[in-house]
Ligand binder design. Sequence first.
Ligand code: GCU
Length: 330
Amino acid sequence: MNLKAASLFVSIMTIAAVTTSCGGGDGAAGPKVFSLPHVLNTEHPVHKALVRFAEEVEKRSNGAMIIKIQPGGTLGNEQELCDNVSNDADAFTKISSTILETKAELAKVYSLPYLFRDEEHMWKVLDGAIGTELLDVALDQNLKGICYFDAGFRSFYAKKPIHSPDDLKGMKIRVQKSVMMQKLVETLGASPQQIAFSELYTAIDTGVVQGAENNVPSYYTTKHYKIAPYYVFDEHVAIPDILLMSARRWNALTPDEQKIIMDSAQAAKEFQKELWKSESARQIEAMQAEGVTFIHLDSKEAFVEATRPIYDEFAGTPVMEYVERIRAVE
Ligand code: GCU
């Protein structure tokens, strides 16, 4: 078979598989195929965890369930990908949970500044009752949370060094499509610009923004460090990534298939927690070798203080109830 014929064969087989999974309901043999688009590139530890998830699903189902990962944002930005699961165009996606605030008010809790004391506290919350409840925060929008992935802490990076909120004053800083992140950046005196993740390199390069904020693996794998070589560990938010599935697609699975999805996600999550730590450390070293300056603050208090008013609007709301429960987790 020549290359063209081979690729045609693969396409036909894929369409056949998808058709089967979309279900004539005639019980015809063939794997169930589930799409999983996301915006990260293939070097990113969260992408690697998704690959592990897909491998586990395929192995545990003896090839009866196939997850088709489409990385790199080629199928849309995170808002679009979230909408596509919500309206059943895709079976799965992986997004930053801040995006869920467009679907459920309570999801704003994810993006509150300095909510978690540290990484250990964050995982205690996410792996416990609170995290489990919040996985389904947008269930009425057909979005079922399958698991979280570590997205560490987000910090600012720019073309010039940042040591305090004063240094951010007047700077244009890229934010995700999130009112919470917009507010956070505004509160610190900078001007927030909503830009899709995949368009950010060009936006920094051409001066549309002077900086952005993200975790170390995203800073590294996007190569933003080459054009914005100052990264300050102010760690203003820890917004987990979330694997979402269409609730209708989930409900159409057998209990055995549901168990395969959940067990595979669990395995991928545990794998990713370790990978996150080792990759972040390795990437910091690699960037330092390329001349990136990492700024460690003596105290984050100026950032904590400046962003505290963000909590005010939630007084007496369900978001605040969650904040209190989260703070009470030892
Ligand atoms: C992180 C996160 C992505 C998100 C990105 C962003 O990398 O894992 O899901 O898209 O931040 O800032 O847009």
